[in-house]
Write a protein that binds this ligand. Structure first.
Ligand SMILES: *Cc1c(COP(=O)(O)O)cnc(C)c1O
Length: 381
């Protein structure tokens, strides 16, 4: 249903028909673990137990599948739970995966410390470089994992190019679409096989819920994911699913405002004499600008830059902002600032994922642009 409608119409209505019993316009929070059966096996709405299925979660999953252009979606308790389930469902011990050398730290830890104990092998490589990725493909490679833009360096990978490469090698392409959200980028249409999200970020959008999602393109992948979703059990609860669905309704409006503010801030930072190496895919100087222009609708709300006066100055800057709240995470309505080297990416020190010590990351929110600019100005000067 709603397939012919535009993005925002589907964000607001897909999977969210008014409640047939009461007419309630907002999807109810079905806080129930089980469902009365009309005689043994007589299921009224197809539901028997809420790990296997819950109507609030179904509404979210239907909406997510529509927004990513997938055949099915699955809502998880967190982004990492979604990622773990993808690995178990689609790979086997002994398989090899190519991952970005600047993957989200938690993703790297999942491959390095958890999946490796189960027998999965990985190679971390610059995922923006198709030749480098090609060189990592081996007999046992079954998956390329990519995140674009990346966290926290905002590198941009060529999704269509990676999808072709994966398919030439009997592999699949998984795209972590958290930074872009389906409003800005739809990897399945570019040839990816699977999309994963931390819905904690832009999809939820209000820093009030942790969640994850997997969206598949075909039944071949949906079926093993569905089986493992239920068998491993890391499902989204009904209240979390409801909060996420509520956030998604305003995704397009929020993302446009995130992009407007981030574009203005990126330009301001480029002109500041204490700032070096502004990383924002919307800047013509960004190495991935052309690819981003092809595969993204706009360039998103994340920016990182280096403080010319070094690590201590970068840390002091993070401590001085007032409208930008010092904190981890991203993608909410409120602007956040952080020092990746000592916060989100501290555990990457000494690994291929280590980040520059003078790096600052901004998650640009949807407050008034002039207040954000003034805040950065007072913290830099
Ligand atoms: C936050 C994040 C994750 C992990 O999601 P959680 O919801 O925190 O488990 C995965 N990928 C990216 C790009 C993220 O930013």
């Amino acid at each position: 249903m709603h397939e012919g409608y535009g993005f925002s119409t589907r964000a607001i209505h897909a999977g969210q028909e008014p409640d047939p019993l009461t007419g309630a316009v907002a999807v109810p929070i079905y806080a129930t673990s089980t469902y009365k059966q009309d005689g043994v096996g007589g299921l009224r709405g197809g539901y028997e137990y809420s790990r296997s299925g819950n109507p609030t979660r179904t509404a979210l999953e239907t909406c997510l599948a529509s927004l990513e252009g997938g055949n099915r979606a699955f809502a998880f308790a967190s982004g990492l739970a979604a990622e773990d389930t993808v690995l178990r469902a689609l790979l086997a011990p002994g398989d090899h995966v190519v991952i970005p050398d600047d993957a989200y730290g938690g993703t790297f830890r999942l491959f390095d410390k958890v999946a490796s104990r189960w027998g999965l092998h990985y190679t971390a490589t610059p995922i923006t470089d198709l030749a480098a990725v090609t060189a990592c493909m081996s007999e046992g490679t079954r998956m390329i994992w990519v995140e674009t833009p990346t966290n926290p360096l905002l590198n941009v990978a060529d999704i269509a190019g990676l999808a072709d490469l994966a398919h030439q090698h009997d592999s699949i392409l998984v795209v972590d679409n958290t930074f872009a959200s389906p409003y800005l980028q739809q990897p399945l249409a570019l040839g990816a096989d699977i999309v994963v999200h931390s819905t904690t970020k832009y999809l939820g959008g209000h820093s009030d819920v942790v969640g994850g999602a997997v969206i598949t393109a075909t039944d071949e992948h949906a079926e093993p994911i569905a089986f493992h979703h239920n068998s491993m059990g890391a499902v989204a609860g009904p209240f979390d699913a409801w909060l996420t669905l509520r956030g998604i309704k305003t995704l397009a409006a929020r993302m446009d405002r995130h992009c407007d503010n981030a574009e203005a801030i990126a330009e301001y930072l480029v002109g500041h004499d204490k700032v070096a190496d502004v990383r924002y895919p919307g800047l013509v100087s960004h190495p991935g600008h052309d690819i981003a222009g092809k595969q993204m609708k706009r360039y998103g709300g994340m920016i990182s830059f280096r403080h010319k006066d070094g690590e201590e100055a970068a840390v002091a800057f993070c401590d001085r902002t007032e409208v930008f709240t010092l904190g981890e995470s991203l993608g909410g309505v409120e602007s956040l600032v952080e020092h990746p080297g000592r916060m989100t990416h501290a555990s990457a020190a000494g690994s291929p994922l280590e980040v520059p010590s003078d790096l600052v990351r901004l998650s640009v929110g949807i407050e008034d642009r002039d207040d954000l600019l003034a805040d950065l100005r007072q913290a830099l000067d």
